[in-house]
Design a protein around this ligand. Structure first.
Ligand code: ADP
Length: 270
């Protein structure tokens, strides 16, 4: 009987631990939600004062006989408040994406054309650094996506690739239809959607292997980027991932042989 009693006590103890663990998980989730809510509220409240600061700075800049020194001060106010505004906008975007308030309006998008347009819009920035920017894409490739959001994804990946690649480097965009992506042919009547894949690869400064797992977390910045003195907020990839997830897609990052990084986005083919 002692044996049975002991076993029962053990089972009770295990049950108690399990319940406590569940309660802790519940509390952490609640805290996480409150943190998101606070972040969204603060961002929202910061928006209009920043707008007012920018508007008055702009008005002062147009004042007649502005001493040169004061014009320089205003320039700093303008630059810093613009940075603040971008930060706040990014945080709001993220909050909206994460609680599903940002609607993604999915339709069939000609991915090839969207990528070519994004690439052309980054060409000047690449050329200014002496970076070769290329795109090798099948002529017809379509995905189910919100074109505005998808453009944001491409812009983030391209601007990062250019930003984190030293002059003289190369950034290459490639895309493949579902059949070339190891997806096989679609099962009849449903099954997981077939995915098209877009890769933005660079031969830039790369990311230390142990930091890949944090790459898509808010505010995370890899030590390589910080060491190179490159500025950033660590929000772009978190937003990018949230957008891709809202489309039922995935995003992954991998080191490239010989240095550099490759980001691959997979989206339901159209
Ligand atoms: P930001 O560039 O504003 O810091 P992101 O969220 O876009 O923020 O990226 C997070 C971090 O990931 C960056 O700070 C940088 O360290 C790293 N990173 C992103 N893209 C690349 C890239 N193509 N090559 C090397 N590091 C990158």
């Amino acid at each position: 009987t002692t044996d049975i009693t002991e076993r029962r006590e053990l089972a009770d103890e295990r049950e108690r631990l399990l319940l406590r663990e569940r309660e802790q998980v519940r509390r952490l989730r609640e805290l996480d939600r409150l943190k998101d809510e606070l972040m969204a509220m603060v961002s929202h409240e910061l928006r209009s004062p920043i707008g007012v600061i920018r508007a008055y700075a702009e008005m002062l800049r147009e004042a007649p006989d502005l001493p040169e020194e004061h014009a320089a001060f205003l320039e700093v106010i303008d630059r810093k408040s613009e940075h603040l505004q971008r930060l706040v906008d990014d945080l709001l975007d993220l909050a909206r994406l994460e609680d599903g308030r940002m609607a993604v309006e999915v339709r069939t998008v000609w991915l090839t054309r969207l990528i070519h347009q994004a690439v052309e819009d980054h060409r000047a920035a690449a050329e200014a650094k002496g970076i070769a920017l290329t795109a090798e894409l099948p002529h017809y490739l379509h995905v189910r996506a919100d074109p505005v959001r998808l453009r944001q994804v491409m812009d983030n990946l391209l601007s990062n690739a250019i930003k984190y690649t030293p002059g003289g480097g190369a950034v290459a965009v490639t895309a493949v239809p579902p059949d070339d992506d190891g997806g096989g042919s679609p099962p009849d009547g449903g099954g997981p959607p077939r995915m098209a894949a877009v890769t933005v690869a660079d031969n830039g400064i790369g990311i230390p292997p142990e930091q890949y797992e944090h790459l898509f977390s808010r505010f995370f910045r890899a030590s390589s980027g910080r060491a190179a003195g490159i500025k950033g907020t660590g929000l772009g990839l978190a937003i990018t991932k949230a957008i891709v997830s809202a489309h039922g897609g995935t995003i992954t990052a991998a080191p490239r042989e010989g240095g550099g990084t490759a980001f691959t986005v997979r989206l339901p083919a159209g």
